[in-house]
Design a protein around this ligand. Structure first.
Ligand SMILES: [Zn+2]
Length: 109
């Protein structure tokens, strides 16, 4: 349904000489499709357990090459393993680099 929504929005926006009433019709279909998607999602969340659908956290492990400084930070776009992030804030001589990227799944009970 999300695809239908996107498709109709795309159609409505990519056809400038389209009949305005048709354009409104397409947008209505798109809105209805999205509403359906949102509704089914909230139903799914309620059906299972709240929090079960939280997206896994992506974390980057930052380490200093000189001292034992280690930091876990939130993954940022463009982060990759061995990427250097500048000087270490602890010893100011070592280079900080990303040593690993991992995902943290939803908390287990
Ligand atoms: Zn250091």
């Amino acid at each position: 349904m999300a695809v239908v929504g996107l498709y109709t929005i795309g159609l409505a926006l990519n056809t400038p000489d389209l009949d305005p009433t048709l354009q409104i019709l397409y947008l209505t279909i798109a809105v209805l499709a999205f509403t359906f998607v949102v509704l089914s999602f909230t139903r799914m969340r309620r059906g299972i357990r709240i929090g079960a659908y939280t997206a896994p956290k992506v974390l980057s492990v930052v380490k200093c090459g000189q001292c034992s400084f280690k930091q876990i930070k939130n993954f940022a776009l463009g982060d990759f393993v061995f990427k250097t992030l500048g000087k270490c804030t602890q010893c100011t001589t070592g280079d900080l680099s990303i040593h690993g990227i991992y995902t943290e799944g939803p908390p287990k009970k």
